[in-house]
Design a protein around this ligand. Structure first.
Ligand SMILES: [Zn+2]
Length: 263
């Protein structure tokens, strides 16, 4: 199938529509032509079990920035509950150095992330999503994490530590718990990144995010100011609207866009 200029322009508009905050897709041309996809581009590959029967979360961290066990355990649990993976969801840790100076842009995360990937996102029957935990901060240092394409996330530990609230409520560990699930929620296409929800739960001012403060996809979760929004428990779970969206995408009752793979 060839696409004329109109087709390309329409696709760019579709890509541009849901962008904000911690969804970094500035490199639109490369997303289209290098086929790394947009956040949510491998949603069906996760939700469906017909081709990819195992999900690996590759965690590449720099010294001092390995995520807490509570974060990765919780992440595996959340993914097991929404993605159909008969051969399991596994977390694979690798200590690394990214040899990167200064703050990070979305392009930096893409470049260094892809250099560090141990495996292609889709290899045989295994789907691999990657989260890098580098030293340093994002160029906007209020951003705690960013999903930059269909399989790549960065979470910035220095900023997560700074986001802890007064009297350690919430603690940096609790912030990290929420942020890791939140960013992977973007790889699952939440909210409205690769589909349009029948429910009105996308925040009108923070596209790609939930307007429900009880959802882990709530817009404030990826921001350094999260500690001042919540004095106690942060959400760590997808709410019913999020889960309904994922179920609808999985059974085809909600149509999806920009998928790198379909059942
Ligand atoms: Zn976000």
């Amino acid at each position: 199938m060839t696409k004329g200029p109109i087709g390309i322009i329409l696709m760019l508009l579709v890509f541009l529509a849901p962008l904000s905050g911690c969804v970094g897709t500035s490199n639109l041309t490369n997303d289209l032509f290098e086929n790394h996809g947009v956040p949510g581009g491998l949603t069906l590959a996760c939700l469906d079990d017909s081709s990819y029967t195992r999900l690996v979360i590759e965690i590449d961290y720099e010294e001092g920035f390995k995520p807490e066990e509570s974060s990765t355990d919780m992440l595996a649990e959340r993914l097991e509950s929404v993605c159909d993976k008969p051969n399991g969801v596994d977390i694979k840790f690798t200590a690394t150095t990214f040899n990167h100076e200064g703050s990070w842009s979305a392009d930096d995360v893409r470049d260094k992330g892809w250099d560090a990937k141990a495996d292609e996102p889709r290899e045989g029957s295994v789907l691999t999503w990657q989260i890098i935990f580098p030293s340093g901060t994002y160029e906007d240092d209020s951003v705690l994490g960013v999903a930059v394409d269909a399989s790549t996330i960065a979470i910035f530990g220095e900023s997560v530590d700074d986001a802890a609230g007064w009297f350690n409520r919430p603690s940096a560990e609790e912030v990290e718990n929420s942020v890791i699930v939140h960013e992977v929620g973007h790889l699952l296409g939440l909210v409205n990144l690769v589909y349009t929800s029948p429910a009105d739960h996308e925040d009108s001012e923070n596209k790609g995010h939930s307007n429900n403060e009880d959802s882990v996809m709530y817009w404030a979760i990826n921001s350094r100011s999260v500690g001042s929004f919540f004095s106690g428990d942060l959400p760590t779970e997808f709410d019913q609207d999020d889960l309904d969206d994922l179920n609808g995408l999985a059974d085809g009752s909600i149509s999806s866009e920009n998928q790198l793979w379909r059942p």
